[in-house]
Design a protein around this ligand. Structure first.
Ligand code: SAH
Length: 461
């Protein structure tokens, strides 16, 4: 480590910004978050800096004064003139300030990291100048991991520290804080119920005991595969989970976002074996949550689209367990994005249908009459093995054979494949191209095609 990370005290101290241009303004924006007194040393200021001076948040020294660097913890130097930069850096250093000269690493005592700010929680990321772009990418990752409302909750906990020390026995304190930062109060705060969160914390302190952790089930949409297609809320639930139940279509990339020490249970279908019966999964997630654990049931796409979410919601409710649904990007949306072919189109396609090719064994075949009308797009899920049936049902219903069908397999993963067919060549294409599940069959029946289609039908007749 060439550079050692430290947090500098800023209260009651001064930060001097030498320079009045854009770079100086950029550094000033960073310092604004702190409690430091800001002095801007420059003959002229850009409008942002003069606005700060006018508001009283910064003090303007048009020229160097004897007291400019008094009590200075830090000086940023960005005058744009190398000789002046060097002279001011020396003056600041003599006065005891840590110096950063913008774009001149050789003249710096310290460097500004990429910062993730959840004040009072602050994460600083540095790459010793080797890869600033990577530093910013890491910042983005950390930003997604830390809930936006984390800061105020930690600040509240900080204000309650003395009360906790007074009421909770030392031996129970660690358990208390573990509960505080993961239990019901924490969840309430992160979800925006801040008053309830504060009341829960205070009630626990008042009762002088660590509340039993209440279990929780989140049915979380994992999206189609690519991990950057998860929602931030999904990432947060994965980070908070004690145990994660996932199935076959959940990409390993997505599981990497989970808390390291969360248990992971695969409940999908192994090759050659049968998949877990749904009632066994229902019973398991309920049993885990009843033990006070935070359960994530991770499902591909959106849990509410062919995801059996209804059964799991019902099981949780019947057991009196707090349950939530975190939506995800469903395969049809991801396929449309990949094709750059919107699901609806003004004037041409005003109806979007999501349907399935496969039903539970024993259920009647899906009714396809009237499913694809002029002006609709239809996404068939779980239909690779039923392509021939879909094709013949729709043709029999009068859908033109020339309607385009995009077959999009494993969308958003490195195995993604796209093959174009028409309704008339659908099953032949699926077989001939060796299309593997998971895939979306995406049929488009624009209004303009209804006319052409009926002409074609007449011609064939
Ligand atoms: N809840 C999921 C659907 C589960 S049903 C969702 O909202 O996407 C399983 C079907 O989803 C598969 O048979 C396939 O039709 C579709 N599917 C899931 N992931 C897919 C992917 N990455 N690419 C294409 N289709 C996918």
């Amino acid at each position: 480590m060439k550079n050692f990370p430290m947090f500098l005290r800023m209260d009651g101290r001064r930060v001097v910004i030498c320079g009045g241009g854009g770079e100086a303004a950029r550094k000033t924006r960073l310092v604004l978050k702190t409690e430091a007194e800001i002095v801007v040393l420059a003959p002229e200021l850009d409008p942002e800096l003069s606005g700060l001076v006018a508001s009283g948040r910064a003090v303007h020294h048009p020229a160097l004064r004897e007291d400019t660097f008094d009590r200075a913890a830090l000086a940023f130097v960005a005058t744009g003139c190398p000789g002046l930069d060097a002279a001011l850096a020396d003056a600041a250093r003599r006065a005891g300030a840590v110096v950063n000269v913008v774009d001149r690493p050789g003249m710096c005592d310290a460097f500004t990291p990429s910062i993730v700010d959840r004040d009072p929680v602050v994460v600083a990321i540095g790459t010793e100048g080797a890869a600033p772009v990577l530093g910013r990418a890491i910042k983005t990752e950390v930003e997604t991991m830390l809930p936006p409302r984390l800061g105020p909750f930690v600040a509240l906990a900080g204000r309650l520290r003395d009360a906790v020390a007074e009421r909770i026995a030392p031996s129970a304190r660690r358990g208390f804080w573990e509960w505080a930062f993961s239990g019901e109060a924490y969840r309430a705060h992160i979800d925006g119920r801040e008053t309830a969160a504060a009341e829960l914390l205070k009630a626990a302190i008042e009762a002088a005991q660590v509340p039993a952790t209440t279990g929780h089930i989140a049915l979380v949409g994992a999206g189609p595969g690519a991990r950057d297609l998860l929602t931030l809320r999904a990432v947060q639930r994965l980070q908070q989970a004690d145990v994660i139940f996932y199935d076959r279509l959940v990409d390993p990339e997505v599981l990497e976002l989970a808390r390291r020490d969360a248990d992971r249970v695969f409940v999908g279908k192994e090759v050659g074996a049968s998949s877990w019966p749904q009632d066994r999964i229902d019973a398991l997630i309920v049993a885990e949550a009843s033990r006070g654990r935070r359960v994530v049931r991770l499902k591909s796409g959106d849990p509410s689209v062919f995801g059996r979410a209804g059964e799991e919601l019902a099981a949780a409710r019947a057991a009196g367990i707090e349950v939530e649904l975190v939506p995800g990007i469903t395969a049809a949306s991801a396929a449309a994005a990949s094709l750059q072919q919107p699901l609806t189109e003004r004037g041409e396609i005003d109806t979007f249908v999501a349907t399935t090719g496969t039903c539970r064994p024993g259920d009647a075949n899906p009714q396809r009459a009237g499913l694809a009308r002029p002006g609709s797009s239809v996404a068939f899920y779980m239909a690779v093995e039923r392509a021939a049936q879909v094709e013949s049902d729709l043709l029999a219903d009068g859908v033109p054979a020339c309607c385009p069908v995009d077959i999009v397999a494993s969308v958003s993963t490195e195995r993604e494949r796209h093959v174009r067919a028409t309704l008339g060549t659908l099953s032949e294409t699926v077989a001939g191209e060796g299309i593997q599940s998971p895939a979306i069959l995406f049929l488009r029946y624009p209004k303009s095609m209804a006319v052409a289609g009926s002409e074609q039908a007449r011609a064939v007749a």
